[in-house]
Design a protein around this ligand. Structure first.
Ligand SMILES: NC(=O)c1ccc[n+]([C@@H]2O[C@H](COP(=O)([O-])OP(=O)(O)OC[C@H]3O[C@@H](n4cnc5c(N)ncnc54)[C@H](O)[C@@H]3O)[C@@H](O)[C@H]2O)c1
Length: 402
């Protein structure tokens, strides 16, 4: 296949950048990965990984062994630059674009005419035009003539990243038509899903819309869970029966919404359109209040004991991943410890150790807890039968033990 681009520089080697870099390397591209963390760079250059994702260890090892993937602290001259750095929010739920700005600034010294710069980080509408293209323009390039800029949001599901990187449809939006076209040609060399053309601003909004859609629908489920609790009925029964309606599809409630996408990205919309985004903001607030509601349930139950052993099952922000970022489970566990509601046991089977908490085995937690708080629907927890915990007070935020 004729390819315009051979050398790729991926800036930011985390959950998105590393799978992307290693996939491209195994597809025959010469890939140079860049990260600000020397530890990340060293780990990758040894053929190892610093994050948990099924199949990633094998992919990175073979990418590094083939000589097609190397990591470093600085970019090198390349044909395509992919930016996959964090886009968290800062105080006041305002987007923090400092990582995107500094990654873009760093690559400007390595840019040459004909280069394509792709922003993969989830970004507020306007970031590709007003931040990335603007910084490149300020360093002397003409956008759409000598350097091309596009946004291609990532919509992979942790746990299935390597499959979805290839199979998902992708939305590619350039800051001008030629940028869109070049970026589409690039993605079509390794994506089997459809690659759909948009403008940069539309592509940015598409990603924020997807996550806000999930957030609003989870907020509906979370609100139902609190209403059903007040009514003394099972929200799980209500949802599964309501979902038998041919046009109803309610999502599952939980302890809140975490992770570094759904709990963050809707704020990028609220920040730019505060008046118009009442529902999106309220959904965020409903989901953010849910951990406190769970803690209140634990408080009520704990008050019946002198010093209960409270077993917390899960810390991750969702099932079967090791990612604790913005996790409502962590927030709940931290507060239970702070409030000294009892002796806290924590089981998180997806990580080997935690910098602040001692972790216990599932067996130990099940045996010794007076109150069990199930926070994450990890696979091992799904094996717990109601009969195994019939002596315990159970607060099951995910409806797993039924
Ligand atoms: N993780 C997901 O499932 C997911 C899904 C879709 C979209 N996204 C988006 O992708 C982007 C990246 O997310 P992630 O989960 O890969 O983040 P991450 O924190 O796992 O990885 C980011 C990496 O970038 C590095 N970094 C930070 N600043 C840098 C800089 N200036 N130059 C080079 N490296 C730098 C960090 O050290 C880190 O290793 C975010 O915008 C996120 O919202 C993530």
């Amino acid at each position: 296949m004729h390819r315009k681009f051979e050398n790729i520089c991926v800036v930011g080697l985390g959950y998105i950048g590393l799978p992307t870099a290693s996939l491209l390397a195994t597809k025959g591209y010469k890939v140079h990965g860049v990260d600000v963390s020397p530890k990340v760079v060293e780990t990758i250059n040894r053929g190892n990984i610093h994050i948990v994702e099924p199949g990633l260890d094998i992919l990175v090892k073979s990418a590094v062994q083939s000589g097609n993937l190397k990591a470093g602290l600085e970019p090198i001259e390349s044909d395509v630059f992919i930016i996959a750095v964090p886009t968290p929010f800062k105080e006041g739920k305002r987007p923090d674009l400092s990582y995107v700005e500094s990654a873009t600034r760093v690559i400007t010294s390595y840019l040459k005419p004909g280069n394509l710069v792709i922003l993969e980080s989830t970004s507020p509408v306007g970031t590709s035009d007003e931040v990335v293209a603007e910084i490149i323009k300020d360093s002397g390039f003409t956008i759409g003539e000598d350097v091309f800029v596009a946004h291609c949001p990532e919509r992979v599901l942790p746990g299935r990243i390597l499959i979805e990187l290839v199979e998902n449809d992708r939305v590619v939006g350039g800051v001008d038509e030629l940028s869109t076209q070049l970026a589409i040609e690039f993605y079509e060399t390794f994506v089997s899903g459809e690659v759909l053309a948009a403008t940069a601003k539309t592509a940015e909004m598409v990603k924020l819309t997807e996550n806000s859609f999930r957030d609003v629908n989870i907020a509906f489920a979370n609100e139902l869970s609190m209403i059903c609790d007040r009514e003394g009925i099972s929200v799980w029964d209500v949802i599964s029966l309501a979902n038998r309606h041919p046009r109803v599809n309610i999502l599952n409630p939980g302890p809140g919404v975490g992770g570094h996408c759904i709990a963050v990205d809707p704020w990028f919309i609220v920040d730019r359109s505060p008046e118009e985004s009442q529902l999106i903001r309220t959904a965020r607030e409903v989901n953010d209040r849910k951990p406190e509601w769970v803690i209140e349930r634990v408080r009520n139950k704990a008050a019946k004991f002198k010093k209960p052993v409270i077993g917390c099952l899960g810390l991750a922000f969702k099932a079967d991943v090791d990612d604790l970022r913005e996790s409502p489970a962590v927030e709940i566990v931290e507060r239970l410890i702070e409030e000294k509601l009892g002796d806290i046991l924590i089981c998180e089977p997806m990580i080997a150790s935690h910098p602040h908490y001692d972790l216990s085995s599932l067996e130990n937690v099940l045996k010794n807890s007076d109150i069990l708080v199930l926070l994450v629907d990890h696979k091992p927890f799904k094996k717990i039968k109601p009969t195994m915990v019939s002596e315990k007070i159970l607060i099951d935020t995910r409806g797993v033990i039924r």
